[in-house]
Write a protein that binds this ligand. Structure first.
Ligand code: ADP
Length: 256
């Protein structure tokens, strides 16, 4: 099992002695190479789940396990990508991709070789010497993916990485990410507000309730072509799944 949450509850102490329960009794597992999306209303604890997987927060109760080990500190085997690409503007694209390897003390020649490999895999061959401002938003996100892959993660956590892109770029980048991630065989957890995106990208979708977030439903997406979300978009089942998730979320909102 690549990733497992067992009975995880996370509370935050607020000023004035109040306690906020972000997520409650979360249990789910993600197999190696699986792509799982997490959807749910704002504030239901999606980012908290990613932060606990990355070891940035500890659960208040329950356990989070990555590759069989309980996560107790920031985990070097977990790559994190956000809506903002966070590329360093003063470094070239290849130097950005090498950054994580540099801080891990990887020798120069090996750094360069791995960065070139990841840039080619992310369709950025020829852009090594460009600076981030010379690339489009979609290309910058691909460079950020190359940087994340360069550290050879067991798991990639994606926190709404496509939400700042325009509609057409978003489709192309979803496709390019899906292909690259499937090719690399990496276990992935994606947070998104876009229900269709969750369905076209994933093997499974976790639907969370209003805060405190609990798992309302784990929906398997038994469709072919996970590496080609653009193809999946044409399938009528995608719209049925997205509509089902929407109904679940709306029912939960009414009940709240
Ligand atoms: P989502 O990603 O689903 O929008 P978050 O995981 O960001 O939700 O937040 C869940 C809840 O926990 C929110 O009410 C948020 O305000 C709260 N929260 C998150 N991080 C902290 C923190 N460090 N301290 C206090 N409250 C927090």
């Amino acid at each position: 099992m690549a990733l497992e949450f067992k009975g995880v509850t996370k509370t935050f102490d607020l000023p004035g002695g109040n306690v906020l329960t972000a997520v409650k009794d979360i249990t789910f597992a993600v197999k190696e190479g699986e792509f799982v999306s997490v959807v749910g209303p704002s504030g239901c604890g999606k980012s908290t789940i990613l932060s606990m997987t990355a070891g940035l927060y500890q659960p208040t109760s329950g356990t989070v396990t990555v590759s069989g080990e309980v996560v107790t500190k920031p985990n070097p085997h977990v790559g994190f990508m956000l809506q903002k690409d966070l590329l360093l503007p003063w470094r070239t694209i290849i130097k950005n991709v090498e950054f994580g390897l540099e801080s891990r003390g990887v020798a120069k020649a090996e750094r360069r070789e791995r960065a070139l490999f990841e840039l080619e895999r992310c369709h950025l061959k020829g852009f090594e010497s460009h600076y981030p401002h010379q690339l489009s938003g979609g290309m910058r996100q691909r460079a950020a993916l190359a940087r994340t892959l360069a550290i050879d993660p067991d798991i990639i956590l994606l926190d709404e990485p496509f939400s700042a892109l325009d509609a057409q770029t978003k489709l192309l980048i979803q496709n390019s990410f899906a292909e690259t991630i499937q090719d690399a065989g990496i276990t992935t957890l994606l947070i998104t507000h876009d229900l269709s995106e969750a369905v076209i990208m994933s093997d499974r979708v976790l639907v969370l309730s209003e805060r405190p977030g609990t798992v309302m439903c784990e929906m398997p997406i038994d469709l072919p072509d996970r590496a080609h979300p653009l193809k999946r978009r044409q399938m009528p089942e995608v719209h049925q799944h997205a509509a089902e998730i929407f109904s679940l979320l709306r029912l939960d909102q009414r009940a709240a």
